[in-house]
Design a protein around this ligand. Structure first.
Ligand code: SF4
Ligand code: SF4
Length: 355
């Protein structure tokens, strides 16, 4: 691996412009009082403040993407044919300034869309053509719990380069071969003299996180409570089923397909979906296997802390970013639900009430 490099704050925009010669560079920018990831244009400066709501998920998995277009033709004699044209092509991209939780989120997606029996060509093309330069966190917010799920403020999982803020700039370390190539720039200097400073930024940030709670019993506890409607009714009582938590979550990967048909032509879209909505599991017959918000919250929490790890060698489908906690309009806290489930099962006070 190439040694670490130092990027001075003054050269940051030049480096991003250099990277932008071959790919679109997305970075967090302030827009309408919110931090969002969008392609940078001349004059943009990255908003490198910690903001739990900004997630880079949409760069690789857009909130709404055109999969293909179609044109229908009716020949004489009544026979119809349909011509398909590819939808929006994915342009090579680079994400600068996501936090470690955002980069780790993509590795949860990878196992579903490219790592198992299904291979999603749209996701694969986007993922393979996106480089990620992650910014290590200098300290946590009170909604962060990345250390509970085996991550941390300098977790390089899913990144190509890890950038650690130091006095006057950043220490850049390559995490992948692709990241190594990014560090071959005349704008960067060898960072030997600054790596100790970067190490102490990282250890300070780790030390500032409250000690991790042991949630290793979460998968079996949530399974044990599956039929305990009373528990799920209680923990979901204030939920609005608005779905804000799912849209902001960097590991929520469900989608819906819609066709926008204009008679003789149209397009097929893939858009983010939300398992907290009643319509998500509504079947064509009118039956809904998750008719109440309690059923839907059970699915959301169960999926992240029980069903997904069961399928993926114990890996939790949550990166502990706290976005859902910070952004929930009624202050639902997924940490409390998981701990509550563990406590109830451990205390054996779980009175099973079948639906
Ligand atoms: S953001 Fe909060 S209120 Fe809205 S669906 Fe999620 S948990 Fe329920
Ligand atoms: S469930 Fe909440 S804390 Fe976990 S990854 Fe999603 S938004 Fe972050």
């Amino acid at each position: 691996m190439t040694g670490a490099k130092f990027l001075s704050k003054e050269k940051l925009l030049d480096w991003l412009a250099e990277l932008g010669q071959t790919r679109r560079v997305f970075m967090p920018v302030e827009e309408g009082g919110k931090i969002v990831f969008r392609p940078c244009t001349n004059g943009d400066t990255p908003a490198l403040v910690r903001d739990a709501s900004a997630s880079p998920k949409g760069v690789v998995f857009p909130s709404s993407a055109e999969l293909f277009r179609y044109t229908k033709t009716k020949a004489r004699g009544g026979k119809s044919s349909m011509e398909l044209k590819p939808g929006t092509e994915f342009e090579p991209a680079l994400i600068f300034g996501t936090r470690p939780c955002g980069a780790r989120g993509f590795t949860i997606f990878d196992r579903v869309y490219t790592g198992g029996k299904f291979n999603d060509p749209y996701y694969r093309a986007a993922r393979e053509n996106t480089l990620i330069v992650t910014l290590a966190c200098e300290g946590p917010e009170n909604t962060c719990f990345c250390n509970w799920v085996g991550s941390g403020p300098d977790d390089p999982t899913g990144s190509d380069v890890l950038a650690t803020p130091v006095e006057g700039g950043f220490v850049l370390e390559s995490v992948s071969e692709r990241g190594e190539a990014l560090l071959e720039s005349p704008l960067l200097q060898p960072a030997e003299a600054r790596t100790a400073e970067a190490d102490s930024v990282k250890s300070r940030a780790r030390a500032e996180l409250p000690p991790a709670r042991d949630i290793s019993a979460a998968p079996q506890s949530i399974r044990a409570l599956f039929d305990n409607q009373k528990f799920w009714d209680e923990v979901s009582s204030k939920c609005l089923s608005c779905g804000a938590c799912t849209y902001l979550c960097p590991t929520c990967y469900c989608f819906t397909i819609t066709d926008e048909d204009h008679g003789d032509s149209g397009k097929r879209l893939r858009s983010w979906d939300n398992c907290m909505s009643y319509q998500f599991s509504l079947e064509a017959s009118g039956h809904n296997p998750r008719p109440t918000k309690a059923h839907r919250l059970r699915n959301r929490v169960g999926h992240k802390f029980s069903y997904y790890p069961q399928l993926h060698e114990g890996l939790l489908a949550c990166c502990g970013c706290g976005r859902c906690i910070r952004s929930c309009p009624v202050s639902m806290d997924i940490r409390e639900i998981v701990l509550d489930a563990i406590d109830r099962v451990q205390a054996k006070n779980c009175e099973v009430v079948h639906e």
